[in-house]
Design a protein around this ligand. Structure first.
Ligand SMILES: [Zn+2]
Length: 383
């Protein structure tokens, strides 16, 4: 149903969002959300493919063909509620109080999805679009995020699908709708490191080999290293040790091994490979035997300029009268998988102050306005 035909007091986005909130889609359970989205997109002519994996629901819906390919991306899963008695109303019963809609997923990010769907309905009501318009919806963003967007991107990439633009409907706004868009994120690289020594009696140190003594100068060097200086969009790459374990518990035993977990949040001035190489160079100097098990959970990305940014800024200026702040901080999102695929990527969505919290909410007046923002971008790029 197009917005103009909607007779509900709070509008079409509110109605769809309420239906989505009612589905208890605790990560990674989609709880029927994608079925609902398909029922809205089918009358518009979208084609559907489920790229499900390991119990995760992934929907790839496309309309049209050829370039440009615009992806509207989002997740249907939500984080756990926390103690129910601390909610003012049931988290899965959409509830209005003082112009605000309460419910788990209201801001993160069922409102983004609902606003996107209604924007597409409105745009298509006035005529066809050029290129391809796609929805990439997953139920595994809040959990491990292994079988969700990352998996879909792998499958589509192998087929030669090449996106031009992606809007991720995550809650990007800070104090007012559209005051901030996310144009980049730092990368995340971690390591489980085990330094091997030789267990022995503390009274006979020449018969043992203390891995803590070998590890300490290596870690001191890593902590003191400036990995890069950052740039105009990102702070310098940060290194943090999160865990350090060694010792048998006895006070007279040289331990046989020492375990450390550390993490980099890195900017576009470094790469995962460059950081790994520098860590190994330090370790090689201090520790003859070690095992490094690396995990790389996200590349950094930055969409500094281009048509998508221009279209987003122009749409926001039309609606709010001011240009948004460009932001690269905060936690990760599925943009980390989509941007390296080659798409200009922004995150644009509602105010984020209640996400993952008790009594998550969104201002009702922002719902139709958010939908207008997406509509403005779609008309500028595909109209
Ligand atoms: Zn989210």
């Amino acid at each position: 149903m197009a917005d103009g035909n909607n007779n509900s007091p709070h509008g079409a986005v509110f109605d769809l969002l309420s239906e989505l909130i009612s589905r208890r889609s605790l990560t990674p359970d989609d709880a029927g959300c994608c079925d609902l989205l398909e029922s809205r997109l089918a009358p518009l002519g979208f084609r559907f493919e489920r790229i499900d994996a390991e119990g995760v629901t992934n929907l790839w819906a496309t309309l049209g063909s050829g370039a440009p390919l615009m992806i509207l991306a989002g997740h249907t899963d939500v984080v756990p509620t926390g103690p129910l008695e601390k909610w003012l109303s049931d988290p899965f019963t959409p509830t209005v109080r003082d112009g605000v809609l309460y419910g788990r997923g209201a801001a993160d990010m069922k409102s983004g999805i609902a606003a996107m769907i209604c924007a597409v309905e409105r745009v298509l009501a006035t005529g066809p679009l050029r290129g391809t318009l796609a929805f990439l919806i997953t139920s595994d963003e809040e959990g491990m995020a292994r079988h969700g967007t990352r998996h879909v991107v792998e499958v589509l990439r192998a087929r030669g699908v090449k996106p031009d633009y992606a809007i991720v409907g995550e809650a990007s706004s800070n104090e007012t709708l559209g005051d901030r868009i996310v144009v980049g994120r730092r990368g995340s690289l971690g390591c489980n490191l085990r330094v091997l020594g030789k267990q022995g009696h503390v009274a006979y140190p020449h018969k043992g080999d203390n891995p803590v003594h070998r590890l300490m100068p290596a870690l001191a060097e890593m902590v003191a290293t400036q990995w890069d200086a950052g740039n105009a969009h990102f702070p310098p790459t940060s290194f943090q040790i999160s865990n350090f374990h060694s010792g048998t518990g006895a006070n007279n035993v040289i331990p046989g091994e020492a375990d450390v977990v550390f993490n980099f949040r890195y900017c576009t001035e470094s790469t995962a490979e460059s950081l790994k190489a520098r860590v190994h160079a330090i370790l090689d100097r201090h520790c003859p035997r070690y095992e490094a098990d690396w995990w790389h959970t996200g590349e950094p990305f930055l969409t500094e300029q281009g048509e998508l940014i221009r279209a987003a800024v122009a749409s926001i200026q039309d609606l709010t009268g001011s240009a948004p702040e460009f932001f690269t901080g905060g936690g990760t999102s599925d943009a980390r998988f989509i941007a390296p695929w080659g798409a200009q990527t922004v995150e644009l969505g509602p105010i984020n102050d209640s996400i993952h919290k008790l009594n998550e909410h969104v201002k009702i007046e922002d719902l139709e306005r958010l939908s207008r923002l997406y509509e403005g971008i779609l008309r500028r790029l595909l109209g």
